[in-house]
Design a protein around this ligand. Structure first.
Ligand code: GN1
Ligand code: MG
Length: 374
């Protein structure tokens, strides 16, 4: 079916020639369309079914999460709610919020109007991002519905390490010889990297509903610089709060690029850490436990480490997951993430001291005060 036909199934009338590609996502294909009768704008997306294998679960998750956030915003007297939470459009003929057409899966959302994105991170927008992602987790912390994992074991560190071991054993691309030193360094840190999984097994850490793809490009800003809305809810799933805290810093607090060959540029930026942590603790309010707050510096380590492991695994597997631009791209990425990890390790005492200080200012449950919630 053509895209205008897909839209008609969602009750929207648009000319095929006016349905234009937008955004720069790597996973789904995204288009903008305007309903010629009402003038209202919509986002049409083809969902990448190879990454998100259970589209029914995916769409149910997003439906539950957005409905819960909408109820919270209404209860707190917010106005302009259609710009502050995503709205999925239902099909005309069913309660479903997606349509399968042959091999493709499609969904439609209301387009959020007069919104801007930011591609680079400053101290100011890092603080705004912290508030937005902290508040996002906080709003979902009492959601009664259960939601599933749209990518099973997505942020499971123990499984990521098993996948690395398998890739090493198979060495299908014959690349093991070039990565031995990096492998040795990563394995030395494996036990520490799995701290969250251990705390969870011991009943000292809970899973919450997290965004799991926190980056500055996944937020929409109002023209005055404040955050309107958190977007890209495909990976929203139960995880440790560390997912959202750590993965944001992995991208935002790196002075170099994710795939920088010049490792001298790859340094952890403590000013971004301070601004983001301050915002995050303010946004999260009182729901975080002592264990969660005390391990926020670990969250930053965990995600630089996890990404080094994932890139190295893909390199050994012959580049089957991440899109690459040149033959050793995944190795360059893995080395850059490892350099970021080393830089974070050097900052840990300062991060711990700062986090404690900010927690006593913003969080209802600062480290030292016991408020177990397991
Ligand atoms: C992928 O495609 P993008 O940039 O949103 C990956 C993340 C990684 C990231 C590394 C579904 O995200 O987990 O951190 O690449 N998403 C998926 O650049 O695997
Ligand atoms: Mg994404």
């Amino acid at each position: 079916m053509e895209k205008d036909g897909i839209l008609r199934c969602f009750g929207i009338v648009a000319e095929e020639c006016g349905i234009l590609p937008v955004g720069n996502g790597h996973i789904n294909d995204t288009f903008k369309a305007v309903d010629s009768r009402t003038g209202r704008s919509y986002i049409l997306q083809r969902i990448n079914h190879n990454v998100f294998r259970d589209v029914d679960l995916l769409q149910e998750n997003i439906g539950k999460v957005t409905a819960h956030i909408r109820r919270k915003l209404e209860a707190s007297g917010e106005t302009d709610i259609d710009r502050k939470v995503l709205t999925l459009v239902k099909r005309g003929d069913s309660e479903k919020t997606y349509l399968q057409d042959g091999d493709s899966y499609w969904r439609v959302e209301l387009m959020i109007t007069d919104a801007e994105t930011r591609e680079s991170v400053t101290q100011e927008n890092a603080r705004h991002a912290g508030v937005a992602f902290g508040r996002f987790q906080e709003m979902l912390s009492d959601m009664p519905d259960v939601i599933g994992e749209s990518i099973p074991d997505f942020h499971n560190m123990e499984l990521r390490l098993l996948q690395l071991d398998e890739a090493v054993k198979a060495d299908v691309a014959g690349r093991l010889g070039t990565v031995r030193e990096l492998l040795y360094e990563l394995r030395k840190r494996a036990e520490h990297a799995c701290l969250a999984e251990r705390l969870y097994r011991e009943g000292r850490l809970s899973k919450r509903i997290c965004h799991c793809d926190t980056k500055v490009s996944n937020m929409l800003f109002d023209s005055n610089g404040s955050v309107l809305c958190v977007i890209d809810l495909d990976t929203v799933m139960p995880s440790f709060v560390f997912s959202d805290f750590g993965d944001f810093l992995r991208t935002a607090a790196n002075n170099g690029d994710e795939d920088d060959r010049d490792l001298d540029r790859v340094e952890f930026d403590m000013d971004i850490y301070r601004a983001f942590t301050e915002g995050y603790l303010e946004g999260a309010g009182g729901f975080l436990t002592e264990t969660e707050i005390a391990n926020l510096p670990y969250a930053a380590e965990r995600f630089a480490y996890m990404q080094a492991v994932r890139f190295l695994t893909d390199y050994l597997n012959g580049d089957t997951y991440y899109r690459i631009s040149y033959p050793d791209h995944n190795l360059v990425r893995a080395r850059a993430q490892f350099k970021l990890l080393q830089s974070i390790e050097g900052c840990l005492p300062e991060m711990a001291e700062l986090t404690d200080r900010l927690a006593s200012k913003y969080a209802a449950c600062p480290p030292g005060k016991s408020m177990p919630r397991m």
